[in-house]
Ligand binder design. Structure first.
Ligand SMILES: Cc1cc2nc3c(=O)[nH]c(=O)nc-3n(C[C@H](O)[C@H](O)[C@H](O)COP(=O)(O)OP(=O)(O)OC[C@H]3O[C@@H](n4cnc5c(N)ncnc54)[C@H](O)[C@@H]3O)c2cc1C
Length: 488
């Protein structure tokens, strides 16, 4: 059975080490920097028990027992892949697209690993049985998996072993009879502070000499030696839900992840001292395209939300019926539908997973297109909504306390209103818009959409690799071949 929100919250009180503002956080479920956002995730778990959503969000477990989150399912048909997409959409709508790393994100990727476990037995270490057992355990125990794959930036021109110190990037420092010991850091673990386990890996292609850094495993977030240094909490800074309705409730947290001599038992190791397996773990299994499938549906939902904010703001400003504003809204809707079209194409072009297992996966070429289109669309949408909203986003009172004060609220009532909107309704709407467009939370989302699937110099060449550029060249060549010097 999936967990309830209450069970999920209880599981987080496990001594995890999270540093914030120079202090240790003793309980994320009650700390003012995290409690509401964690509560939003608890609400997602509760949705799996709501009869209105249970069938869409859950499926029978890997061995036919109980019901588990649908994201853990290995789809065997296009219809099952689409059903997974509908489950992603439900949770995305519940969080308005602002939880990139909700529990279904990694659940789907781990199912991707389990679809082609033989990728993990390609080297000297055989992690295939561990991967399958991990997938079953995550599904059956309904565990929330975060991940951290990217080495700290430090010096991007040098491989991990040539950085100023040997263990700046996470590496294996000892091998024992019962497991391995790792030390070093990974750059960002989003939502790790709210998860049960963290999967560590590496996407960067590395030379055989980098073997110590080529490891993939999963440990509990509370494993001894695992430490998180959280970025600023936007929830913590939010003065109230009314003032920052998104920051205060949907701040999924990002943190530097440090491993200080962390012990990893062998049965939690998936790839060990194998640079090629670490790379193929994402590209020769459906793991990476499963990330993208989730990301595409969440982005589509987030753009629907932003377009909805634009419509409400234009109506509140009484500009909605002006022809140029209609054009702006039309442009926004075209971008929403571009995001939708990519999400639909990812599912519609479902491909058989190589190897004859009968499983299907999201379309690879369309997934690569999503990597390029998402970071391009998001800033455009933000810009257009800002252009529609004008200075009203800035004219807002500092906080809800102004609305409660009789003298200030009288001033606001007179000067911050519009036809059909009293000051409270208008301020409420524009504060939501500002939180989505201009707050620190909004800035983080702008950066997230650009980089959460990697850097452009990595994902754009993938389009060339997964696509068929020769087919385009052949079409252009056919045109060239159809005329010559003698054609007047
Ligand atoms: C909000 C947010 C949340 C994230 N959450 C997670 C998470 O949960 N788990 C996780 O594993 N990762 C996460 N990431 C990290 C993300 O995966 C990395 O940021 C991403 O892979 C890009 O790497 P980078 O930031 O080191 O950028 P870099 O690789 O350093 O690239 C930055 C820029 O430097 C230039 N550059 C660098 N190297 C080269 C090169 N070789 N050739 C050409 N140009 C180059 C380019 O201009 C590039 O755009 C998150 C990132 C963000 C922003």
């Amino acid at each position: 059975m999936t967990r309830t929100g209450k069970e999920y919250l209880e599981s987080l009180r496990d001594g995890r080490v999270i540093w914030l503002d120079g202090e240790l956080v003793d309980d994320v479920t009650t700390h003012p920097a995290f409690r509401r956002s964690v509560g939003s995730i608890a609400d997602l778990y509760d949705m799996t028990h709501d009869p209105a959503h249970a069938d869409a969000l859950t499926v029978p477990g890997p061995d036919g027992e109980g019901r588990v989150l649908r994201a853990h399912q290995i789809p065997r048909s296009k219809e099952e892949l689409r059903a997974k997409g509908r489950a992603f959409k439900l949770w995305s709508e519940a969080t308005f697209g602002f939880f990139g790393r909700s529990p279904d994100y990694m659940a789907s990727a781990v199912a991707g690993f389990a679809t082609v476990p033989e990728v993990f037995s390609a080297g000297e270490f055989d992690g295939s049985a561990n991967v399958l057992a991990h997938w079953r355990r995550m599904a059956q125990d309904d565990l929330y998996q975060a991940h951290t794959l990217v080495n700290p930036q430090i010096d991007r021109t040098r491989p991990p072993s040539e950085q100023e110190e040997d263990d700046l990037c996470l590496r294996v420092v000892a091998e024992r009879g019962d497991g391995i010991v790792v030390r070093g850091a990974k750059m960002i673990g989003t939502a790790a502070a709210f998860a049960d386990e963290i999967l560590v890996g590496v996407t960067q292609r590395m030379a055989p000499a980098e073997a110590d850094y080529a490891v993939s495993f999963s440990v509990p977030v509370s494993a001894p030696g695992v430490k998180f240094v959280s970025r600023t909490s936007y929830e913590g800074r939010a003065t109230s839900v009314f003032d920052y309705p998104l920051s205060s409730r949907f701040d999924e947290n990002d943190a530097l992840v440090v491993f200080e001599n962390v012990f990893v038992p062998w049965d939690r190791v998936f790839a060990y001292r194998e640079p090629e397996v670490c790379h193929q773990q994402f590209w020769r299994t459906p793991a990476f395209v499963s990330f993208v499938h989730h990301g595409a549906i969440r982005l589509w939902t987030k753009l629907e939300f932003l377009a909805g904010v634009a419509v409400l703001v234009a109506r509140a400003n009484n500009t909605y019926d002006l022809p140029p504003v209609r054009m702006q809204i039309g442009k926004l809707m075209a971008w929403v539908n571009t995001a939708k079209a990519v999400a639909v194409a990812i599912e519609d072009g479902a491909e058989a997973v190589p190897g004859g297992s009968g499983a299907v996966m999201p379309n690879r070429e369309m997934s690569c297109a999503q990597l390029a289109i998402g970071p391009d669309l998001y800033p455009k949408v933000l810009n257009e909504v800002k252009l529609l909203a004008g200075g009203g986003l800035i004219q807002l009172p500092a906080s809800v306390r102004d609305l409660r004060h009789p003298e200030v609220s009288a001033l606001l009532g007179k000067y911050v209103r519009s036809p059909g909107h009293d000051a409270e309704a208008r301020i409420k709407l524009l504060k939501l818009a500002w939180d989505a467009l201009g707050s620190e939370f909004a800035g983080r989302h702008d950066q997230y959409e650009r980089f959460y699937h990697g850097s452009p110099h990595v994902y754009l060449p993938a389009l060339v690799r997964e696509g068929d550029p020769d087919a385009y060249a052949a079409l252009a060549r056919r045109c060239l071949d159809g005329y010559g010097l003698d054609d007047a």
